[in-house]
Design a protein. Structure first.
Length: 260
């Protein structure tokens, strides 16, 4: 498996398909880089280099038991860019991955980056009540599988998705390190990226579903587009959180148009 080493020694697995202007895709919480396969294949077929890696504690990457804060995760993304020698990059972040993209820009600058796409992202902030956040984290610590079973349907929404793809997604959720799941969730619930999002000086595509139960359109997608000066908001009708599956053709086309 292709992998690279971050500054703290963590090995990150990645896929690297195609040639041309690079697109680096950052996956959502609890999943791994496999979630982007439809988008990667489409981009690679149309003259782009598509790269997706597994976050630490997720998928095939190392589970070091630490570093699940946004600063470290942003450093991991910067290590991917630096190690692969990438330039003129489009960064694409889904859900929590949007926060990693934003923090990477604020922490490491945009010298390697030409544009960003935020898909169903949880930035600028979720605004969850602290008591509700604490209760959710306790549920994950003590009954993660039950929480997955109860919340899966909210992720997929009502648009048709093959059951085998739903099952595969749930398998990925169940395979994540519990420590990574809890600590990444805690970081995501507490994060406030409003100032960092407003400071983005690159062209940005904001894609969001109008029925996203985990990152509401009004507080996340629409607010993000309002904060970024050079942004375009695209709202997917009947779109839940898993747009890469439910609206894959539309997302493939929108990403390709944005990066080309």
């Amino acid at each position: 498996m292709p992998s690279l080493r971050t500054p703290d020694g963590t090995q990150l697995y990645y896929r690297d398909w195609g040639t041309g202007r690079p697109v680096v895709l950052v996956h959502s919480l609890l999943m791994n880089g496999d979630m982007w396969q439809y988008q990667m294949h489409h981009l690679a077929e149309h003259g782009h280099r598509a790269i997706a890696y597994d976050r630490r504690g997720h998928g095939r990457s190392d589970d070091p038991g630490a570093g699940y804060d946004f600063d470290t995760l942003a450093d991991d993304l910067a290590a991917v860019l630096d190690t692969l020698g990438l330039a003129d990059v489009t960064l694409v972040g889904h859900s929590m991955g949007g926060g990693e993209v934003v923090r990477c820009l604020s922490r490491h600058g945009d010298a390697r980056i030409s544009r960003v796409a935020l898909v169903g992202s949880t930035v600028p902030c979720l605004g969850v009540d602290p008591a509700e956040a604490a209760a959710l984290l306790e549920r994950l610590r003590t009954g993660y599988g039950q929480w997955v079973q109860e919340n899966a349907a909210f992720s997929f929404g009502t648009e048709p998705i093959a059951q085998v793809e739903k099952d595969r997604t749930i398998q990925d959720w169940m395979a994540v390190s519990l420590k990574a799941a809890v600590e990444c969730t805690a970081a995501n619930l507490a994060a406030d990226f409003r100032a960092e999002v407003a400071a983005i000086g690159l062209p940005a595509l904001v894609v969001h579903g109008d029925s996203d139960a985990f990152a509401p359109l009004e507080t996340c997608g629409r607010r993000t587009a309002e904060l970024i000066p050079d942004s375009k908001l695209v709202v997917y009708r009947n779109g839940s959180h898993m747009l890469h599956l439910s609206h894959r053709r539309q997302l493939n086309a929108d990403l390709l148009d944005f990066v080309s």
